[in-house]
Design a protein around this ligand. Structure first.
Ligand code: FES
Length: 102
């Protein structure tokens, strides 16, 4: 079991999650908003989140995620929530975009 702490604006929630779950599903279960226009197919890039800590508990980005994030992410801590999944137990902390894309 992993714990994902999600921060959006001034709010925070901690969500229990299983190994293998993608961050997008965990975030949506928290009740916080996160755009996901392409329904998790790594096409739109709207589900980008910033991982504050716990990157070691996530799968490394695959080629399709690296390609989609190229030119739009600010650093290596930005991930597509639809592609990042939990691979080990532990704590992951992340920030959601302040503005929710429609
Ligand atoms: S939902 Fe479109 S890239 Fe993640």
């Amino acid at each position: 079991m992993a714990t994902v702490t999600i921060r959006w604006r001034r709010r925070k929630a901690a969500v229990e999650a299983h190994i293998g779950q993608k961050l997008l599903g965990v975030v949506l279960r928290s009740g916080f908003p996160l755009a996901h226009r392409c329904n998790g197919n790594a096409i739109c890039g709207t589900c980008m989140v910033r991982v504050k800590s716990g990157m070691e508990h996530l799968n490394p980005p695959e080629d399709i995620e690296i390609y989609r994030l190229s030119g739009v992410r600010d650093g290596p801590n930005d991930r597509l929530a639809c592609q990042a999944r939990l691979v080990s137990e532990g704590d992951v902390s992340l920030f959601l975009p302040e503005v929710v894309e429609e």
